[in-house]
Ligand binder design. Structure first.
Ligand SMILES: [Zn+2]
Ligand SMILES: [Zn+2]
Length: 349
């Protein structure tokens, strides 16, 4: 295992930038926010730690590229920023989630509330759920894993038509696996950043996906007919567990982060780290490092403590007036972490 440690001075200039106007803009943070962001870069910070590389198949060794500092993010003329006419994130559910009635609505509502806390200050709305048939997408059975898959590009074409005028972005979510083209095995998701849309599958976040006994493998050989979606009527849907919700929240916020123009993080452990496989994606934390936090903050304009409070509240409102208890067991470390961040931000000394 290799530890990717950057000198503190380097991290400081990555956060503040070398441009005079951006250094001045940093001064507009409150005293507590500045202290929080800068303390977070120190090697003894318990809040943000160095990225570790576990194998050559991890994202960073497999995709060598220049890391994105705050200044290069800020100066990118193509990045999308919410504006008064386009400040809503839309989530489109495709097919059902969970095997009981009402579960789909409940699950995506949890996801919606989580995104609203994460992108604090923007509205996040659910579009009415659609069946797989309504998207008109192509589909197939994967010849290795023997599970059903939807054509990701076709889903993007569908989303483009559904995108409301006031959308900052639209993201489609499904628990059916995706493929980008016939020659590919699968894809976790596909996005068009310039058009502000993406589609993501949680199929492989099911605990059992990679087991031989995975219930989503079709038992008998089925002959699929294009346009005949009856095969999806009683297909396998993963049960709603805490890890599925945890991984779904992490994926959706990571992917929407890209739509803001935030590239894969190579600075500190961060939800924006790239991942090549499930183990690596499980290893990255749920939230942003100080550098990516400044990128998001400058795009949206929230108070840092307000955003942490909203995330904390999302975890704590686990079972309020909802019909089903929100499975937040996997979020308990994150809850502690948020409390630590808040106590540093609220310490006026
Ligand atoms: Zn990514
Ligand atoms: Zn980061």
């Amino acid at each position: 295992m290799q530890c990717l440690e950057h000198p503190v001075e380097k991290l400081r200039s990555v956060l503040l930038s070398t441009r005079k106007d951006l250094i001045e803009a940093f001064e507009h943070y409150s005293k507590e926010e500045k202290r929080f962001l800068e303390k977070g870069l120190l090697p003894d910070s318990r809040l943000f730690t160095a990225i570790t590389i576990h194998s050559e198949s991890d994202w960073i060794p497999a995709h060598p590229q220049a890391p994105q500092d705050f200044q290069s993010f800020y100066s990118n003329p193509y990045r999308k920023t919410p504006d008064p006419g386009h400040k809503t994130i839309y989530i489109q559910t495709i097919g059902s989630f969970g095997d009981e009635d009402g579960v789909t609505e409940q699950y995506v509502e949890w996801l919606r509330e989580y995104c609203e806390a994460f992108f604090y200050g923007l509205a996040v709305k659910l579009l009415p759920a659609v069946t797989i048939a309504a998207t008109g997408c192509a589909f197939r059975v994967n010849s290795n894993t023997n599970n059903l898959q939807l054509h990701a590009g076709d889903l993007l074409v569908f989303l483009k038509k559904r995108k409301p005028k006031d959308a900052f972005c639209i993201v489609g979510v499904t628990v059916i696996d995706l493929y980008p083209k016939d020659s590919w095995n699968f894809v976790f998701g596909q996005a068009s950043l310039s058009e502000g849309m993406g589609v993501f599958s949680f199929a492989r976040y099911d605990d059992d996906f990679y087991h031989r006994s995975y219930a989503g493998r079709l038992k008998k050989k089925v002959k699929l007919k294009p346009g005949d979606y009856r095969v999806f009527q009683d297909c396998y849907i993963p049960p709603i567990r805490s890890t599925l919700l945890f991984r779904s929240c992490k994926t959706v916020t990571h992917e929407i982060g890209h739509i803001f123009g935030i590239e894969h993080c190579q600075w500190l452990q961060c939800v924006m780290q790239g991942s090549n496989h499930l183990e690596e994606s499980d290893r990255r934390p749920l939230d942003l490092c100080p550098i990516c936090l400044r990128k998001l903050q400058c795009a949206i304009g929230f108070k840092i403590a307000d955003r942490y409070k909203a995330l904390l509240q999302w975890i704590e409102n686990g079972s309020s007036d909802h019909q089903t208890d929100k499975p937040t067991a996997a979020f308990q470390d994150f809850r502690q972490w948020l409390s630590m961040c808040l106590s540093l931000l609220e310490d006026e000394s």
